[in-house]
Design a protein around this ligand. Sequence first.
Ligand SMILES: Nc1ncnc2c1ncn2[C@@H]1O[C@H](COP(=O)(O)OP(=O)(O)OP(=O)(O)O)[C@@H](O)[C@H]1O
Length: 902
Amino acid sequence: MASTAYRNGTHRGSSSLKVDRPLPAANLKSSSFKSRLAHSPGSVLRRSSPASFASKDSDGVPGRVRVAVRLRPRNAEELAADADFADCVELQPELKRLKLRKNNWDSDTYEFDEVLTECASQKRVYEVVAKPVVESVLDGYNGTVMAYGQTGTGKTFTLGRLGEEDTSDRGIMVRSMEDILADISLEADSISVSYLQLYMETLQDLLHPANDNIPIVEDPKTGDVSVPGATVVEIRDQQSFVELLRIGETHRIAANTKLNTESSRSHAILMVHVKRSVTEGDDIIPSENGDHSHLVKPSKPLVRKSKLVVVDLAGSERILKSGSEGHMLEEAKSINLSLSALGKCINALAENCAHVPVRDSKLTRLLRDSFGGTARTSLIVTIGPSPRHRGETASTILFGQRAMKVENMLKIKEEFDYKSLSRKLEVQLDKLIAENERQRKAFEDEVERLNVEAQNRISEVERSFADALENERRKCQMDYMESVKQLEEKLVLNQQKHDRDGKSTGQENGLSVSEEVLEMKKLLEKEIKLRKAAEEEVKTLKSQQGQHMQSEVGGDAEVLKLGKTLEDEAHEKKKLEEEIIILRSQLLQLTFEADQMKRCLDRGGSRNAFTGLDSSISPFRHPQPKDSGNEQKASIATLFEQVGLQKILALLESEDANVRIHAVKVVANLAAEDANQKKIVDAGGLSSLLMLLRSFEDETVRRVAAGAIANLAMNVEANQELIMAQGGISLLSMTAADAEDPQTLRMVAGAIANLCGNDKLRSKLRSEGSIKALLGIVRCGHPDVLSQVARGIANFAKCESRATTQGINSGRSLLIEEGALPWIVQNANSEAAPIRRHVELALCHLAQHEVNAKDMISGGALWELVRISRDCSREDIRSLARRTLNSSPTFRSEMRRLRIDY
Ligand SMILES: Nc1ncnc2c1ncn2[C@@H]1O[C@H](COP(=O)(O)OP(=O)(O)OP(=O)(O)O)[C@@H](O)[C@H]1O
């Protein structure tokens, strides 16, 4: 092995220095361990032997044990005793060399990493010996600062001085902690301390002395050495640390030896555990919108656990010199034993021996990581100047020289930091929750905004739609009113002209009415267009609603609102359709009336002539000339085609009274056409009409409904029977009893009269009060009404007569039983031809059966029969009367008795 010592050439007669430089270029003066590593890429692990103080991995950084030598100044005793002698050492700090005098003319020269003279301040000692180690510890490496030297040479002075009186006296322990506390973050990192002494191979807790015999635990894999039984105190400030040191100091075993009045008898070991979170930059996670501001992916959370071990060894001494006896002698032996075990290990490591006797003492076991392990180690060897202790000084120097050859493999101790990860994730989670909350709020605000916007749009559309509808309705109404007014004015004018000019003007007026009709038709077409436009509008609204619904997924309230809007729109549409139908029906009526007027003018009749009151068959039947009849049929066909019967009938049940009135008029008009009657009945129109009659809500409705029923009951027997089956007979009877309006009574009488023509309904008509109803109706006195009554009585009498002839009926006439005879007799010679004709027929039918003859005679009917047989303008009736009188024995006998010449 190459020696690190070199001799003064003078002694060997050589001026050249034989320096074997095995040391790597590492430089203790550097304050930054990282920069040192950067400057020593060529450092080579010199030990190739697997023998090591601790197990090592190959991925560490080589780091030789650094050794400094410190010379204590002469103490009082030495100043006195050695006054005449030179120091045994001569220091050359600038060359980092130490000369150990052998005698006055010969010396050995040694090179150290640092040579500290007796004048070196505590601060400088700390900076060159301990500070680099402390920095390494802060970087995550283990570090050891150890003082070795003869007793009384200043080990405790170097390491353990608290410097409470004079801060410049502060030793390495205090200064190390100051630097550590200054560098770490108390929030993220932690420092804890254990303070132990190894005394006579027993490890004792200096912070809790009762806790002795603490076991040493070594991790065979990592080489980590721990003392789990030791008290561990967390340090948060310098003051509490100094307090701990003081406590430890008071518990440290010391003795007054010859060489040191306060000689430490134990090895003191301060362990400073530093736990630091690695603060590498977190990866920023871009959000969906590319925003990089808030989300970060926590990097792999690591914690670096490092340990600074400061070892104040007990003094090495020659037992004789120290004057130890008894127990102290045992102490001294134990101290020397452990120091010698340490020396052996260092020798073995320095020599790359296969075996390092680590287990020979607890001291070597404790320092397993410091020598040949993973720690960065700095050794300060303390020496005294006295030539009397030259041997001990030489021994100390050689210890230091051997230690310089020990190469450690520095490794950072990193662990996965679950706590830190958990903390980071919690922070991250909080951020995410806050972000989520922000986004949710923004989303809700957006939904709210869209809702408001949609509502505004809907309201706007509703408003404009309602306005448009209202305008159209008003316009139609006004047009309609205007048309009616114009027609009425023209009618008056036409009448006046007609009166003046006679028939010649009739044709012109007819032409102008035709023009009106054309105008009306145009109006109808316009209305149809309007309806289509309104339907388009509804479609557009529906599609807008659909779009809105799509854009507002999950917006239930909005969907409901839109549904409501749709309903409203549908309602509006229905109303519009109703209005269109009404307008059409009005137009139809106008057309009809115009036709009537034209015909009337053609005939030179009065307005009353086309009101329908003169209709002898049906109150609503349109007695039209062929051409106008065809036009009317065409109009009705158009209405059917464009609107549909079902829709028209549905309007009979509309909530709007006005709509019902118009609808019933349309139905009545439709019912006037034979071709429509069955369709109306099949579609349930009869039931609706009867319902209107029953509800008696409006005189007009009732009147027109009765007229429509009369039309339906006109020809088709099946319809008549349906009316009966649905309670129509009694309904008509009741209506006849309480109606006052002559038009209504005319319609009701007409309907009953039609029913009276059906043989099958005879008894039902009587039992449900129809004959009484007809007789009641005569109170009205209006000839048109009376004409319908007379027609009904004639029809009834005819059916009775037929039944009697067929042998179905044998009794007295129900008409006579119901008291109709007096009215019949009274109206047999009515001035109104229609009445007279029906009554004459009725009398003839009654007279055909002998069973009625007596009542007729007593009721004065015979005279009327005789008159009819003589004077009736209709030949058929006259001959019928004659035949009847001739065939009845009772009448003949009475005529004889009365001497009526017949
Ligand atoms: N560099 C120094 N400057 C001034 N005084 C010093 C210096 N070094 C040591 N001393 C003094 O020397 C005496 C012995 O020092 P210290 O107790 O530190 O020695 P030691 O090596 O720890 O001894 P031991 O091994 O017996 O414990 C003390 O009074 C101390 O103040």
